[in-house]
Write a protein that binds this ligand. Structure first.
Ligand code: SF4
Length: 468
C-alpha cells in the first residue's frame, strides 16, 4: 500500500513539474505571444503532450527506477523550455546550430542556440506519427526518400517555415552525407549567413586535433562578426569545468551498471546522456540530475537485501534509439527481462577537458568532443571506429546481446552489417538487427518491430515471453 502511494505520488509530482516548466515558459514569453506561436509553430502543441512520456517510460518500473526515469523526463522538458525561452525572447541572439555542434561556445558567447534537429528527435518520442507531414513535405520538394528521416524531418520543418527567426547558422560536415547536405537546403531557404566546421576524416590524430582547434577559433571570429555574441573565456572555462563534473557523475553511473542485475537501466542511462551532454553540457542542473540518479541507483544497491530489478539479459543498443518506439526497452523489460545497459550514443572514452593550461588546450578538449560526436564517432573514419567500442562494452559491461537499430536511412551503418555479423559470431555475441526507420513508423510499424524482437528472443535466445 505504502509503495503504491509512493509510486502514484512520484508520478503525479513529476507530471505537475512538467506543466510547471511549460507555464513558466508561457509567462516568460507572454501568454498572448505564446498563443500566437502555438499557431505559427504547430510542433509546440506536441510539446504540451510531453507528459505522455511518463506513461510510456515509467509505467511498471520499480520505485527508484521509476523515479530516476521520471527525473530524466522532467529534466528533458525543463531543458527544452529553458532553451526555447531565450530563443523566443531574444531573436537577435539566436543562432541555429546543427546537433553535431554542441552549445558550450555559443553559451559562453551569450548567444541563444536553437538546435535544428531537436524537434525531429524529441517530437516522435512524444507522438510517433508527428513527423510524417514534415517528411512528406521534404520528399514532395524533391529530397530523395531514401535519405535519413531525421534530416528529412528537419528540412520539412524549415520548408514549412516552422523555425524561429535567427541571425546565423552553424553546422559541420558530420555525421553523414544526408545530415551534412541538408544544410545547403536550409541555408537557401533561410538566406542566413552559414558557417561550416570542417572535421577531418580520421579524427583521432594529433594533427586533426590542432587543425580542428583552429577551426573553432575561426568559428568564434566568424560569430563575433555576424552576431552580437562576444566570447567570454572565463565563462567558457566555467562551462567546461561543470561539464567535467557531469562526466565524473556519469562515470559513477556507468560503474554501477556493471553490477548484475543493474540497479537502473535504459532511459536513466541513455536519455540522460542524450539530453544533457548534447543540449546542456556544463549546466549545473544537468550535473545535479545525474548525481541524483546515481544516488537512486546506490540506494538500491546498498539496501539490505539490495533492491534488484528482474534482469535476465543485458543488451547493448547500437545506433540512435528508436524514436517512434521510444518505450521499446520498457516493453522488452516486461516481455523478456531485457535490460538496456549501454548504447552507442552515450558510450565514449574521451578524456576530461583540460581547463587548467591554456585556451588552446580548452578548445582542443571541446574540439575532441565535437569531432567524436554522437553517431559520427562510430560511423566516420576507419571501420574499427564502429567495431572496437562494441566489443569493449561487451566485455566491460557483461553484455549478452547486441541490438542494432538498423535504421534504413543510415547508409554508413547499414554498410557495416556484414562485417559486424562475422565479428559477433567470432566473439559469441548474439546479434539482432532491427529493420525500421528512425522517425517514420509507416516504414516499419511498432508491431512489426515487436515481431522482429519476438522472433530473435524465441529462436536465438530460446526465451519465453513472460508478459502473456
Ligand atoms: S542516423 Fe545515420 S543517417 Fe541519420 S543522421 Fe545519424 S548518421 Fe546520419
Amino acid at each position: 500500500m505504502k509503495q503504491a502511494i509512493g509510486y502514484y505520488w512520484t508520478d503525479y509530482r513529476f507530471r505537475l513539474m512538467t506543466w510547471r516548466h511549460i507555464l513558466v515558459l508561457m509567462l516568460k514569453v507572454g501568454p498572448v505571444k505564446m498563443l500566437r506561436l502555438l499557431f505559427q509553430y504547430p510542433w509546440m502543441v506536441t510539446l504540451l503532450k510531453a507528459n505522455r512520456l511518463h506513461k510510456k517510460l515509467c509505467t511498471g518500473r520499480p520505485p527508484a527506477y521509476h523515479k530516476a526515469t521520471a527525473m530524466v523526463i522532467n529534466g528533458a522538458v525543463a531543458g527544452y523550455t529553458n532553451m526555447l525561452g531565450p530563443v523566443l525572447r531574444y531573436p537577435d541572439r539566436v543562432i541555429i546550430n546543427q546537433d553535431m555542434v554542441p552549445p558550450e561556445i555559443f553559451h559562453a558567447m551569450g548567444l541563444a542556440p536553437f538546435m535544428a534537429e531537436l524537434n525531429g528527435i524529441m517530437l516522435p518520442m512524444i507522438d510517433p506519427h508527428v513527423m510524417e507531414d514534415y517528411i512528406d513535405a521534404s520528399e514532395n520538394q524533391g529530397i530523395p526518400p531514401d535519405i535519413c528521416s531525421l534530416p528529412k524531418s528537419t528540412m520539412g520543418l524549415f520548408m514549412k517555415g516552422e523555425v524561429p527567426p535567427a541571425k546565423a547558422i552553424v553546422t559541420s560536415n558530420l555525421p553523414c552525407d544526408g545530415g551534412m547536405s541538408s544544410y545547403t537546403v536550409m541555408e537557401n531557404l533561410l538566406q542566413l549567413p552559414t558557417f561550416r566546421l570542417d572535421i577531418p576524416f580520421d579524427v583521432n590524430t594529433p594533427k586533426a586535433l590542432v587543425y580542428f582547434r583552429e577551426e573553432l577559433k575561426r568559428m568564434i571570429q566568424w560569430l563575433e562578426a555576424h552576431t552580437p555574441g562576444r566570447m567570454d573565456w572565463d565563462r567558457l572555462r566555467e562551462i567546461c569545468e561543470e561539464r567535467n563534473r557531469m562526466v565524473e557523475a556519469e562515470l559513477e553511473l556507468w560503474e554501477m551498471l556493471r553490477v548484475r542485475p543493474a540497479p537502473l537501466a535504459a532511459e536513466a542511462m541513455y536519455l540522460t546522456h542524450l539530453w544533457y551532454f548534447n543540449l546542456f553540457p556544463g549546466h549545473p542542473d544537468a550535473t545535479r540530475t545525474i548525481r541524483r540518479i546515481v544516488d537512486l541507483g546506490r540506494k538500491n544497491l546498498e539496501a539490505e537485501p539490495p533492491v534488484v530489478r528482474p534482469e535476465k539479459y543485458r543488451a547493448l543498443l547500437w545506433n540512435p534509439p528508436l524514436l517512434h518506439f521510444i518505450d521499446l526497452f520498457n516493453w522488452a523489460e516486461k516481455a523478456y527481462g531485457v535490460s538496456l545497459i549501454m548504447d552507442s550514443m552515450s558510450f565514449n572514452r574521451l578524456p576530461y577537458i583540460d581547463t587548467t593550461t591554456t585556451r588552446d588546450t580548452m578548445l582542443e578538449g571541446i574540439g575532441r568532443n565535437i569531432m567524436n560526436g554522437p553517431m559520427a564517432r562510430h560511423t566516420r573514419g576507419p571501420a574499427d571506429n564502429y567495431l572496437d567500442d562494441i566489443f569493449y562494452i561487451h566485455k566491460h559491461f557483461g553484455i549478452d546481446m547486441l541490438w542494432v537499430a538498423g535504421h534504413i536511412g543510415c547508409k554508413n551503418t547499414q554498410a557495416m552489417n556484414g562485417i559486424l555479423r562475422e565479428k559477433c559470431r567470432e566473439a559469441g555475441l548474439r546479434l539482432l538487427i532491427i529493420n525500421y526507420d528512425l522517425s517514420d513508423p509507416r516504414v516499419v510499424s511498432r508491431e512489426a518491430i515487436i515481431e522482429q524482437v519476438n522472433h530473435f528472443m524465441e529462436n536465438i535466445m530460446q526465451a519465453k515471453r513472460q508478459d502473456i
